[in-house]
Design a protein around this ligand. Sequence first.
Ligand SMILES: NC(=O)C1=CN([C@@H]2O[C@H](COP(=O)(O)OP(=O)(O)OC[C@H]3O[C@@H](n4cnc5c(N)ncnc54)[C@H](O)[C@@H]3O)[C@@H](O)[C@H]2O)C=CC1
Ligand SMILES: O=C(O)CCC(=O)C(=O)O
Length: 527
Amino acid sequence: MSKHTIVVCDHIHEDGLDILQNTDDVNYVYAADIDKTELLNVIKDAEVVITRSSTDVDEKFLDAAQNLKAIIRAGVGYDNVDIEGCSKRGIIAMNVPTANTIAAVELTMAHMLSCMRKFPYAHNQLKQDRIWKREDWYGNELYGKKLGVIGFGNIGHRVALRAKSFEMDVKTYDPYIPSTKATDLGISYTTNFDDILDCDIITIHTPKNQETLDMIGEEQIAKMKDGVILINCARGGLYNEDALVNNLKSGKIAMAGIDVFIKEPAIDHPLLDLPNVTVTAHLGANTKESQKKIATQAAENAIESARGIAYPNALNLPIDESKIPSFVKPYIELTQKMAFLIAQNDKSEIRSINVSAEGEISEYLDSLQTFATVGALSVASGDEINYVNANFIAEEKGIELTTSEFSAHSGYQNKVSVKITTSNGVQTICGTVFNEDVQRIIDINNFSLDIEPKGKMIIMRNNDVPGVIGQVGSILAQENINIADFRLSRGKDGALAVILVDEKVCMNTVSKLEELEAAISVSYAEI
Ligand SMILES: NC(=O)C1=CN([C@@H]2O[C@H](COP(=O)(O)OP(=O)(O)OC[C@H]3O[C@@H](n4cnc5c(N)ncnc54)[C@H](O)[C@@H]3O)[C@@H](O)[C@H]2O)C=CC1
Ligand SMILES: O=C(O)CCC(=O)C(=O)O
């Protein structure tokens, strides 16, 4: 039995490792304890890797992992994964989005309480210094304070709910959610960022990206209350780290609770020298409960993706299959097949691929386009092309990708057409789906037909003169090729035949058919 190599690059819970170890078709390599330079050697044969935030999936990593099909980021944030680099190489990147939510929520609350009561300092004074000085530790209460939550996703909204149970006055800023997601929970919602800056405590729970990096800097801190408290259990850099250090030193920020740093491990960070900061070493996800869930899900997802069965929580697919209506799926398949057929018909250099559609299916033109590109390019590039890298590869080859809606209605409820322009000319195939999943090609280069896009087929353009069918039949008989079906379409410029055959047709047979006097063009394709 051939085995799939799955490399675990960071520490994950043993339950996940057990799943990998006990799966017959998995060759599992544990590489969490090795140096990251040595790791580059170990991932050479990996089909799937499991990583956490300690492993950067960057250009060097991807270049080393020549056999990689998928990456499982065992957690939420994928800012340390080069998603574009993965897409270009056809690698599917996935995360495990909700398994550590509660752990991160509870660490946020811990930092908030810890800042209010200066907990680590009080703790250390008694435990390490053996000093009992209650007058040193007057804290503040969460009760009645204004809390600003930036980012109201899985973690942010749960922090807000917990803060409400402390009877805090909670407000959120998240322009990407409907306001009712917050207001239905009794939480104020604002689209004015400055409203959040007016809070007593601010906590941030957004992803790290170009928009959110340095979202809070000197300018925003200047607008805050004197003595504000800032919490960050999301990603280092969402609060500008220099501004944070400066304003903690000046006392403008009274306390900060920080779990994450721009550069980790952060053992020499200036924040660590300040007395008014509570810190943890990126422990947001570190509960036994969450790590058990994440490791189990990551291992199961790694196995499924290694086997090519499913890619749960994929981050770089052109279409989220779980969100598309079932009627779209056969059109996606059909579109890919039609493009594959054209590219076999004319193997010269592809210049452009256009996909057009009519009916409700035209809402999915962009996805159909990607699948047409996969179909067209896979004739020349085989397995190297998949729906993650297809558009990048087309762009690199200078192939123009376009979509359009049909202006006139042909009477079909839904219809898709793929038009490919090559250095040799233009070819167009149209198709539709009957009874929900019966795929049909209904037109090839303006010749109307009704064929199933399946099997071995000879496509022949010829002058519409007597005797052609007989001549084709006898050539195929001489070659011992059985005809399964013969579909003929007649037009003003001659005829087009699609001959479905039981045996593979070699180039020699194609040449014999081309030599027929009535033949204009002959090609052979397999779908
Ligand atoms: N410290 C740790 O160990 C952990 C950290 N995290 C981090 O916590 C953060 C939040 O995670 P989840 O809540 O699971 O993610 P999520 O995707 O469920 O929520 C993120 C929210 O941020 C919002 N958002 C995006 N851009 C925004 C902007 N410019 N302004 C305001 N809101 C914006 C989104 O609309 C979304 O509602 C992520 O950065 C994640 O990487 C997550 C788990 C553990
Ligand atoms: O467990 C980890 O690697 C960190 C968790 C985290 O930051 C995340 O899930 O975004």
